[in-house]
Design a protein around this ligand. Structure first.
Ligand SMILES: Nc1ncnc2c1ncn2[C@@H]1O[C@H](COP(=O)(O)OP(=O)(O)OP(=O)(O)O)[C@@H](O)[C@H]1O
Ligand SMILES: [Mg+2]
Length: 378
């Protein structure tokens, strides 16, 4: 496996050395797939769903054929077919015995086959009708079902299937999936309310067909040890308090922790002092400023005020609370609710439940929160 440029990668998966914890989550995933159960994996954006799937695959790829499909950019069943075909074509060459069968199905649709410039992986592209796509996806899944080794298919950003123009895609897929014994699935997604609805609403085809796994933030103590270990192993001394402050600034949110540590690592200073991390943090915010001003351009005045209010207050349990509204001059509670709805839809604000089951709102972009706490007048 390739080595990352720093011990704190912000994209991709580079093996267990650069992956912190998730031991319990990994255990549960292994138990699920070993027991023939599919899993629904949900978490807020950028907490580490995709990396966890990669981590799982790293651990089970001797026992399972592992297939990863990121369907965020797909817009139809035809696109889904292309993803699945490409993944299968990347595992079995056309000359291998199993490959011959799979490639025959793919070739029957007269595909254009190209190769990824970096990885060399095949990219299959067919133009098929929805009926042809359905038929071939079913055939390819039947092909996987017949493999000697069990197969694990992870469909990342699964909620995207609801955007396909073909109707009842989830019902159709469920009817295929439920007949498979040798193929298990991980359905992963970050739009938690949609994922929940898909899998917990009795009226939906996937209702209770999987085990749920919701991932949260990594335990701060474990993350602190992981960070300290990587710095100290490279003779970069860092005090425990500095690591605590870094984790606090990044709110323990995996991507932001990784980003800040990545930048600190790249700084020339050998010792990681408070001024070193703070300088890197403010540089990150400066670079992101145009994104934040972009939010302001995109939003109505009320939405912008509410976004700033949620960002500066941290978790907000009662957005229509009178003090909250008056402190931030948010107008009427009806307009707050309208703006909140819009911000949720735009994925700028999320709704979560705490350990006691109480709902609260927070902003997705922790960098924005830190920026807004520093500059109040925008
Ligand atoms: N356990 C971990 N240890 C170290 N780094 C991690 C860990 N989990 C995730 N990361 C890193 O955090 C970043 C975000 O993770 P990832 O892309 O897996 O999140 P995600 O939940 O799939 O996000 P999205 O919802 O945007 O798809 C990545 O850079 C990844 O390398
Ligand atoms: Mg992801």
């Amino acid at each position: 496996m390739k080595r990352p440029l720093t011990p704190f990668p912000t994209t991709g998966y580079f093996g267990p050395t650069y992956f912190c914890d998730r031991e319990n989550e990994l255990d549960q995933l292994i138990r699920n797939c070993s027991g023939g159960n599919s899993t629904t994996l949900i978490a807020l954006r950028r907490l580490g769903k995709t990396a966890l799937i990669r981590h799982l695959f790293h651990h089970v790829n001797k026992d399972f054929v592992t297939i990863y499909l990121d369907i965020l950019a797909t817009e139809s069943l035809g696109d889904l077919l292309n993803k699945l075909s490409s993944a299968i074509a990347g595992i079995w060459t056309e000359r291998s015995a199993p490959g011959q069968k799979a490639w025959k199905m793919i070739r029957s649709l007269r595909p254009v086959i190209s190769y990824d410039a970096l990885s060399g992986a095949p990219i299959v592209s067919v133009k098929s009708t929805p009926e042809e796509s359905k038929k071939t996806i079913a055939e390819l899944l039947a092909f996987l079902e017949k493999q000697q080794r069990p197969v694990l298919v992870a469909i990342d950003e699964f909620q995207q299937i609801l955007e396909y123009p073909e109707e009842h895609t989830d019902a159709w897929l469920r009817s295929l999936v439920q007949n498979l014994g040798n193929v298990n699935f991980i359905f992963s997604g970050s739009q938690q309310h949609i994922m929940r609805e898909l899998f917990t609403d009795p009226g939906r085809p996937f209702y209770r067909s999987t085990q749920f796994l919701k991932i949260g933030k990594i335990d701060p103590e474990i993350y602190a040890n992981f960070i300290a270990g990587h710095f100290r192993r490279r003779s970069r001394p860092v005090d425990d308090q500095v690591i605590k402050d870094i984790l606090k600034w990044a709110d323990g949110h995996t991507y932001y922790v990784q980003l800040l540590c990545n930048r600190i690592f790249l700084s020339k200073s050998r010792k990681i002092t408070p001024s070193v991390w703070k300088e890197e943090a403010s540089r990150i915010l400066k670079e992101q400023e145009f994104v934040f001003f972009g939010y302001r351009e995109m939003l109505t005045k009320n939405q912008w005020s509410l976004l700033k209010a949620v960002a500066s207050e941290g978790p907000v349990y009662h957005p229509t609370n009178a003090t909250f509204i008056s402190t931030h001059a948010l107008g009427s509670s009806a307009s707050v609710l309208r703006s909140l709805d819009a911000l949720l839809r735009m994925e700028l604000v999320y709704k979560e439940q705490d350990e006691k089951g109480k709902s609260y709102y927070g902003v997705y972009d922790i960098l924005f929160s830190r920026w807004i706490s520093g500059i109040r007048s925008v």
